[in-house]
Write a protein that binds this ligand. Structure first.
Ligand SMILES: *Cc1c(COP(=O)(O)O)cnc(C)c1O
Length: 447
């Protein structure tokens, strides 16, 4: 054993020094002791070499790693608007404010006028009806949960017919055939990968058919020799035989964005008007908290609400507050586009993006701007390319530069292309531009 290894300090000695330095005021003794053991262990693996900046500084860093909140703010400079790793949709200010009302005691299940018990979803249900044109609505924890609950309500013990082109996998291991099997329904596949006609569904009908399921191919595109059956045709087929039609539209597009070049996602209100039970997420294009939303006729929504799964999968009070505040913005589409961050980012004026990219580039000597494209993410609008202006920084190692950006406080997420580091201002807030500029300079000075 080397002398250095033999001379490593003991836990007790460092604990006394840590106490002297006031570290026990910042964390419980057990956490400090654990940090000290980790610091000594790390020195042991360096053949006994002391920490570069001294023992106490190293222990402090270890304490920081153990006490820092796991969710911290990051700057999204990737231009990917609905970034799954970064929590999908950033929430509107109105949602942040509304959440606070849910932290203490609240009117969650109280009708303040009568003093009697109320329902936690009354306002959400009426807002969703108003915005989507549906008769009624029900909210659960996420869209996968909503699908599970609906299939279990309407097709447990019976058959669900799905096109082979729509047996999709969404990120995070959500697969339509698996959720169907867990719900207790039997999957009946019809058509082919690229083409499924109404006659395919008709021929597959049996006395056990309970549901015709249509799933939006949200995260990929099929081009060429393709054909799918319209929702309206499925609804007329189902209606004649008392079979439910469920449309999983994925993203929750509540207003038409085609004039901004955003085409190809189904509008929730169109699917409602076609007569389907419609399912979508709260934290994709809708731009609110994680939630699974079901809208449709009251008689069917009531049946789903009576399923014990609706209770098991119900949303919590903070989600309800944030979702209600987000939905309320949709009462005026112009307000929604301005106030809901993901909609504002998706519809940003290219000239404004150019101006903001120049602002960033001017703060960073040597940075250039060039035309480029932003991605939307979250499985929405897969074929759409949004024009943007990128800020480009040359670096000896682009990957090392990205890693240093992630190590910044707050962490900054960017992209690389051809060994250059790329920043897209579409997803960078105005007050984050100086933060990004400062980080780029600091990292450059170090490498
Ligand atoms: C995203 C998506 C889901 C899952 O939604 P979560 O809210 O993440 O559970 C289901 N179906 C489709 C078509 C989707 O795009």
């Amino acid at each position: 054993m080397s002398d250095r290894l033999r001379n490593l300090p003991s836990v007790n000695k460092l604990l006394a020094e840590a106490e002297e330095a006031g570290l026990l005021d910042s964390a419980p003794r057990a956490v400090v002791a654990d940090a000290i053991r980790a610091s000594i262990e790390a020195a042991r693996s360096r053949d006994g070499a002391s920490p570069q900046f001294g023992w106490i500084a190293d222990v402090e860093r270890e304490i920081g790693e153990r006490t820092r909140m796991s969710l911290t703010r990051v700057v999204n400079a990737t231009g990917v608007v609905l970034h799954t790793n970064l929590g999908r949709a950033p929430m509107p200010d109105a949602a942040r404010k509304a959440c606070i009302g849910g932290f203490g005691y609240s009117t969650l299940e109280l009708n303040a006028a009568t003093g009697h018990r109320g329902s936690r979803q009354t306002r959400l249900r009426s807002l969703l009806a108003e915005i989507t044109g549906a008769e009624n609505a029900l909210v659960v924890n996420n869209a996968a949960a909503a699908m599970f609950m609906l299939l279990n309500t309407f097709a447990d013990g019976g058959e669900t017919i799905v096109s082979r082109g729509e047996l999709v996998e969404i990120g995070g291991a959500f697969r339509i055939p698996d959720i169907l099997a867990k719900s207790g329904s039997v999957l009946v596949e019809v058509g082919t990968t690229n083409r499924t006609r109404l006659s395919d569904y008709r021929l597959a009908l049996s006395p056990n058919t309970r549901v015709l399921l249509k799933v939006h191919q949200s995260n990929f595109l099929q081009l060429g020799f393709v054909e799918e059956t319209t929702l309206a045709d499925l609804v007329s087929l189902g209606q004649a035989r008392n079979i439910r039609v469920i449309h999983d539209v994925g993203s929750g597009l509540l207003i038409d964005l085609s004039e901004h070049g955003l085409k190809g996602e189904p509008l929730v209100s169109d699917s409602v008007a076609a007569g389907a039970i419609v399912v979508f997420s709260g934290d994709k294009l809708l731009g609110g908290p994680q939630a699974g939303i079901v809208v449709g006729p009251t008689s069917l929504i009531d049946r789903a609400a009576a399923n014990p799964l609706a209770r098991a999968l119900r949303p919590d009070k903070v989600t309800i507050a944030a979702l209600e505040a987000t939905l309320a913005l949709y009462r005026d589409p112009a307000v929604a586009i301005r106030e809901i961050p993901c909609l504002a980012m998706l519809t940003a004026d290219p000239r404004d993006l150019e101006k903001r990219s120049q602002q960033l580039a001017e703060l960073v000597p040597g940075a250039e701007t060039e035309p480029g494209e932003s991605a939307i993410g979250g499985g929405a609008f897969p074929g759409v390319h949004l024009a943007t202006t990128l800020v480009v920084v040359e670096a000896p190692s682009a990957d090392a530069f990205l890693a240093s950006l992630r190590g910044n406080d707050p962490p900054i997420l960017a992209r690389t292309a051809n060994q250059r580091v790329i920043f897209d201002v579409r997803t960078i807030a105005d007050d984050e531009i100086p933060i990004v500029a400062q980080a780029i300079q600091t990292i450059r000075d170090c490498v």
